[in-house]
Design a protein around this ligand. Structure first.
Ligand SMILES: Cc1ncc(COP(=O)(O)O)c(C=O)c1O
Length: 503
């Protein structure tokens, strides 16, 4: 009898301990998921089960993230927490955001509040997972939160976060940029694309001694006063007129023409003989949706600027290191006088840059008299993330991979849309793409505006529910990355096939 009691006690204690151990394990796992992200450098994702790191046959490496669930297994989509957070945000910040397009005004519905990103994926605070085609609006070309970039940042951070004095990392990134971008012989780092465009305009005016500027309708060059004339991006998305608060005097010298219309540019030159300092343009427009230049447009612009003693500025904040390692200018074989950069060269940290021919850049203070400065310019963390991002992009096969993955995406989306009976057209170059709900062709902003934006809104919200995050506007380009996989693309196309039937 006693032996039986001892045996029962022994068995019960075994069962009790195994249950206790399991509970403890679960608790530990939960704790790790919730707590690992805050301030984590090199740790990566809260939910490491979603990761599958693969080494491809190519020589470049990156984090590939598998969708945690397939379309059919998807749990109920809810944005309850995002909604609560956004309602609170609206009381704290204008429109609840720190940059207008993020508020989803043009697509309707509820913006998602992001919790974390990794590779080609992101997660919102309700736990929904998305394949991301925004890539932080361009910088994430090697994938979000890349392990090597995070590790390099952690090393740099040990030495401090800002020096406000020269550092070696500035030389390294400057050399990389100069050797990559055909037009750049000298470069000045700043903190955003807006700043880069402000600086480059002042420089063009200082160098030429002229004041007038030609820009194109639907092109966006940041939010500085002289560029807020028929601008793209948020201005186009929200259908805003030229912004209040911009003095007439600030835009008086800004002249505009439709993109891809060379005779309109000729007319402006003829009407303003000897007065045009520069033409600035996005060589491939991304801020009215994706619009490629007609075959001879950039060539003709280059010729006209030379004939009229005006400078040609390529705003490559978006296209730099995205269309090819040397940007749009390398891709199209047209060398401007000056170039602006941003996004990718900061690898996800705030950065911008402008550069060009040495004789022009030597006008910039303190080498020359044109004043421009910045407390955080050349910041060691931004330089580090930029250096490691460019290093990866320089590896062989990267742009071929981007081309492969983007063509699969755009061709699949357009085919699925057409099959479902929609008017749709799309385009892409390597890691940049776009599609419009119109038959096309789309050569300029007027053409882009023919797109059915209400339908885009319905498509957008449908795709969000299926775990696909596009830019929340018909008038913004999309971006792929080295971390996007064929599986991501197939997931996206399958989702689109479903949504196209519903809209
Ligand atoms: C072509 C172009 N230029 C300038 C800018 C402004 O850059 P930022 O938002 O970093 O000020 C952008 C931003 O999207 C852009 O796409």
């Amino acid at each position: 009898m006693a032996a039986h009691v001892v045996l029962y006690l022994y068995i019960y204690s075994l069962i009790f301990f195994s249950i206790f151990k399991q509970k403890k394990k679960k608790k530990k796992k939960k704790k790790g998921m919730a707590g690992s992200f805050a301030g984590s450098v090199g740790i990566g994702l809260p939910c490491s089960t979603k990761l599958s790191h693969t080494t491809t046959s190519r020589s470049f490496r990156f984090s590939r993230v598998k969708m945690a669930v397939t379309l059919d297994e998807k749990k109920k989509f809810t944005l309850k927490k995002s909604e609560e957070a956004f309602n609170a945000a609206k009381e704290l910040m204008p429109g609840g955001v720190n940059s207008p397009v993020r508020a989803f005004k043009s697509v309707g519905g509820q913006p998602i509040i992001i919790d974390s990103v990794k590779g080609s994926h992101m997660w919102d605070i309700d736990g929904n997972e998305y394949v991301d085609y925004v890539g932080s609006w361009g910088p994430a070309i090697i994938g979000h939160a890349d392990d090597e970039v995070l590790a390099a940042l952690a090393e740099t951070m040990k030495k401090g976060t800002s020096f406000g004095a020269p550092c070696l990392l500035e030389n390294v990134l400057a050399e990389m940029v100069i050797s990559a971008v055909p037009s750049i012989e000298m470069v000045r780092f700043v903190n955003s694309g807006t700043e880069a465009c402000m600086g480059v305009l002042r420089l063009a005016r200082a160098f030429t001694g002229k004041e007038k500027l030609i820009k194109f309708e639907g092109c966006y060059h940041g939010h500085a006063d002289p560029f807020l004339v028929k601008a793209g991006s948020g201005v186009a998305t929200l259908g805003l007129p030229d912004s209040p608060g911009v003095p007439k005097a600030a835009t008086y010298e800004t002249l505009t023409a439709p993109f891809n219309d060379i005779s309109a540019v000729e007319s402006i030159f003829n009407a303003n003989k000897g007065e045009i300092a520069a033409i600035i343009l996005e060589p491939v427009v991304g801020n009215s949706g994706f619009i490629a230049p007609k075959p001879d447009f950039l060539n003709a612009i280059r010729k006209l600027t030379k004939e009229n003693d005006a400078l040609l500025i390529f705003d490559e904040v978006m296209t730099g290191f995205r269309l090819s390692y040397g940007g749009a200018q390398e891709y199209f074989g047209i060398t401007p006088d000056l170039t602006t950069l941003g996004k990718i060269i900061g690898g996800g940290l705030p950065v911008g840059a402008y550069g060009g021919r040495r004789e022009i850049m030597e006008m910039v203070a303190p080498a020359g008299p044109m004043y421009q400065a910045g407390t955080l310019s050349g910041n060691p963390l931004a330089m580090t993330a930029g250096i490691h991002t460019l290093k990866r992009l320089k590896e062989p096969g990267t742009y071929e991979y981007l081309d492969k993955i983007t063509s699969e995406l755009v061709e699949g989306l357009v085919a699925a849309g057409k099959k479902a009976g929609h008017a749709i057209c799309g385009g892409y170059i390597n890691g940049m793409f776009g599609f419009f709900f119109t038959d096309g062709p789309v050569y300029n902003f007027e053409d882009a505006k023919k797109s059915d934006t209400a339908k885009f809104g319905r498509f957008y919200r449908g795709m969000l529910e299926q775990g696909v995050y596009f830019a929340p506007s018909q008038f913004e380009a999309g971006f792929t990355s080295l971390a996007h996989t064929s599986e991501d693309i197939q997931h996206t196309i399958a989702a689109a096939e479903k949504v196209f039937k519903q809209i």
